[in-house]
Write a protein that binds this ligand. Structure first.
Ligand code: UD1
Length: 339
């Protein structure tokens, strides 16, 4: 069974490639390396002792996608590729819409032409906007609060329309909560470009001494300690969610939607404490204003994925912090330079 992974050199993509290879899938990666490094794929091969095919290609270039489908008999696609920085999407929305939406349309058109109609789409809990209650179930109302989130929501809607037009498609929309952690080998992990936007890479760069302190965005939310609460999920658990989704996709389920989260919310301060314990480092922080667009709290009801896919997240907050630290200390400059 051959799986095309778009964005396979990225953070979630590379961890998913490891688990696909471990399960003996053949893997073809398409990535434009705009926010990732081919080094991650060399390391995927080291971890698994298996090889994969890599195309440095862009979903905006349809000819490049056609080349991949002409050269391989693809059974299904896991579609991670896309721009993902919330703040940047507010400043340059057209780039986000062009890249994420047009790229996906090109991919779907080629899949359709080659009669490859099985796709797992990398969606996000951001499609729930500011949820009216918690935990979040898949049938909750959807909304977007920024252009990045709108691209996720629009792609979900495009896929729904596609399915309604042609019931031969099998589509899984996986809504991720907040991924963190790294592979236990310390070989692959999150390697953000420039100053990280997300909490976990920011904390780990403070721990390694690249950044002076964490800014905690608000301590006046209606949460137990006043700081934001999120459902942090280990990236390997998330990758395994894809492994459980593929067999389901090949049973012709039509369009299915799953939350991939742990069902547990941790606050920003709890994450900082967890990271201090794992790294044995003091993490200086200061409370600053809320970040515009942030919500107070967000965590999943992951029951549906457990019942229908037999998947649940198993790793703890301590695992997530320990594995992030292991990756960060072995690779202080990410894939740029290893010790
Ligand atoms: C954001 C996006 C989400 C996206 C995810 C991964 C929104 C609203 N959120 O999630 O769609 O999938 O990134 O790219 O679209 N925090 C700090 N200091 C920091 C950084 C973060 O206090 O330096 C706090 C935030 O206020 C929040 C929590 O940490 O309470 C998590 O933030 P972050 O890691 O950026 O993820 P989200 O905003 O939840």
């Amino acid at each position: 069974m051959k799986i095309l992974v778009t964005g396979g050199a990225g953070y979630i993509g590379s961890h998913t490639c490891v688990e696909l290879l471990n399960e003996n899938y053949d893997v073809v990666v398409l990535d434009n390396l705009s926010n990732s490094s081919e080094e991650s794929l060399f390391r995927v091969k080291n971890i698994t002792g298996k090889s994969l095919e890599f195309y440095k290609a862009d979903l905006l270039n349809k000819k490049q996608i056609l080349a991949v489908f002409s050269e391989h008999k693809i059974d299904g696609v896991i579609h991670f590729a896309g721009l993902k920085a919330v703040g940047e999407s507010v400043s340059i929305p057209l780039k986000y819409f062009h890249n994420n939406i047009t790229g996906t349309l090109n991919l779907l058109a080629v899949m359709n032409d080659f009669n490859v109609k099985n796709i797992v789409f990398s969606s996000s809990a951001t499609v729930y906007g500011d949820p009216a209650s918690l935990p979040i179930k898949e049938e909750f109302p959807l909304s977007a609060t920024n252009p990045y989130g709108r691209t996720k929501l629009m792609i979900e809607e495009i896929l729904q329309d596609l399915y309604h037009s042609d019931k031969n498609w099998n589509i899984a929309l996986l809504r991720y909560f907040n991924p963190m952690g790294a592979h236990k080998s310390g070989e692959i992990g999150e390697d953000p470009c420039g100053i990280p936007n997300n909490l976990m890479p920011y904390i780990s760069q403070v721990a390694i001494g690249l950044l002076p302190q964490v800014s905690v965005f608000g301590n006046d939310y209606d949460t137990p300690d006043g700081t934001g609460v999120r459902d942090f999920i280990h990236v390997v658990d998330l990758a395994l969610g894809h492994i459980k989704t593929l067999p389901k996709l090949f049973t012709n389920p039509g369009l299915v939607i799953y939350n991939l989260g742990t069902g547990i919310g941790y606050s920003v301060l709890e994450i900082i404490k967890g990271f201090e314990a794992a790294s044995n480092k003091k993490i200086p922080y200061k409370i600053v204003d809320r970040r515009p667009g942030d919500i107070a709290a967000c965590w999943a009801d992951p029951t549906k994925a457990k019942e229908e896919l037999g998947w649940k997240a198993n790793k703890t907050l301590a695992d997530m912090c320990k594995d992030t630290w292991n990756w960060q200390k072995n690779n202080p400059n990410g894939y740029g330079e290893s010790l």
